[in-house]
Design a protein around this ligand. Structure first.
Ligand SMILES: Cc1ncc(COP(=O)(O)O)c(C=O)c1O
Length: 396
């Protein structure tokens, strides 16, 4: 029997998807499963994007340029300019989702054995991308009691070694919903400059900033030209997760030239998705205003309802569409499985993402779950009622 790689063995399974077989079994038993576990928005994709694909007259689905077409990158640069981010098209590489931008970034800046510092809890797939590159994730704990604000900068500095290559942040955060302030970004900028590190910001939730707060991109910060790499995506912005288009942006030419070689190796991003993504840039501001209003209403309702449950603590998100919820149970892996295997309220149950998988420090996050508020308000209220009744039974 040929033997698979050490790396393959080490690849972590997604904490979001590992409960899927239990959910499938529940559905087979006739139980309706309300999915709070996955960031698939129920928001409609902008009509301009759908129409562009429907109405196109392409006769050959050719390869596009490895870095994405000039037209799309030019239009994308205009999108960023409107958001006070001054970049030019040659500083952008179009990728197959933000996921590929993360892989190209890791591939371009790390060697096996290097280290990347990440505030936790973090988007669980960073673990997978790091493992694929042979990189060690070094976590800095951020706390639910601080709403998951940036941990003290000294906590980062203590962890910097000759192997450290970068700090990764997700802003606004998945799974925390935390939106980093300009001051926090400035602290990170100072430390990466002092130690000659890269600062990677995953800004795929950029448009989702609430309560009048403004997203501050690391590309708006002066003096970070050599250090800053941004990962972006159309997936959440236009509810186009299935399109598989994202990008990486850097003013550091060496980074772009290196990442381009990875892009050339996979030839090009997908053509139909490029057509949809380019058209999506004409989405009117009113679309975002409506979407944001909807998410704010969902967040407020969800938090109000969760706070009514005894023993539950919720961090209030100011961005993205997730929140971390502390539950009065010892192990949310077990609780989440039990919800699917053994519990239902009038034929319905919920699927949540146990939060330990979003931490890299062993043993923490076991009393937390991540909830994605990507469902209609009535379903969120129903889901919280189910959690409340489930907790009563589980802890009886
Ligand atoms: C924080 C974050 N980064 C990146 C991604 C990858 O998204 P995609 O590859 O669909 O652009 C996701 C998807 O959920 C995410 O939540």
């Amino acid at each position: 029997m040929p033997i698979i790689s050490e790396k393959g063995l080490k690849m972590p399974a997604s904490p979001i998807r590992k409960l899927v077989p239990y959910a499938e079994d529940a559905k087979k038993r006739g139980v309706n499963v309300i999915h709070l576990n996955i960031g698939q928005p129920d928001i409609k994709t902008p009509q301009v994007a759908l129409d562009a694909v429907k109405n196109n007259t392409l006769e050959i689905l050719e390869y596009s340029r490895s870095e994405g077409s000039e037209e799309y990158r030019t239009k994308l640069a205009e999108y960023y300019k409107k958001r006070d981010i001054d970049i030019n098209p040659s500083e952008i590489i179009i990728t197959t989702g933000g996921s590929e931008a993360l892989m190209f970034t890791m591939g371009s800046i790390t060697d096996p054995g290097d280290e990347i510092i990440i505030p936790e809890p973090f988007y669980a797939n960073y673990n997978g991308f790091a493992t694929a590159s042979g990189v060690n994730v070094v976590p800095v704990v951020s706390k639910i009691d601080d709403n998951f604000a940036l941990p003290p900068i000294e906590d980062f500095e203590k962890l910097i070694t000759p192997k450290t290559k970068a700090i990764i942040i997700c802003n606004p955060g998945n799974p925390t919903g935390y939106l980093y302030s300009r001051e926090e970004i400035k602290k990170l900028a100072a430390i990466v400059k002092k130690h000659d590190l890269f600062l990677i910001a995953d800004e795929v939730y950029r448009e989702f900033a609430y309560d009048g707060a403004e997203h501050y991109s690391i590309l708006q910060e002066e003096g970070l030209e050599n250090n800053a790499i941004v990962v972006d995506s159309v997936s959440k912005r236009y509810s186009m997760c299935g399109a598989r288009i994202g990008c990486m942006i850097s003013r550091n030419k060496e980074i772009i030239n290196t990442a381009l070689k990875f892009a050339q190796a996979r030839l090009s991003p997908p053509s139909f998705a490029l057509i949809a993504s380019e058209a999506a840039l004409d989405t009117p501001q009113s679309y975002f205003d409506e979407v944001i209003e909807e998410y704010v209403e969902r967040r407020d309702l969800l938090i109000t309802e969760l706070n009514k449950i005894e023993g539950v603590t919720v961090a209030k998100p100011q961005g993205a569409f997730y929140c971390i919820v502390k539950l009065p149970v010892e192990n949310t892996d077990d609780f989440a499985q039990w919800l699917l295997e053994e519990f239902n309220l009038n034929g319905e149950t919920v699927m949540v993402a146990p939060a330990a998988g979003f931490y890299s420090t062993p043993g923490i996050g076991y009393d937390q779950v991540r909830i994605a508020y990507v469902l209609k308000k009535e379903n969120l209220v129903k889901a919280v009622t189910i959690i409340k009744e489930a907790l009563k039974k589980y802890n009886a």
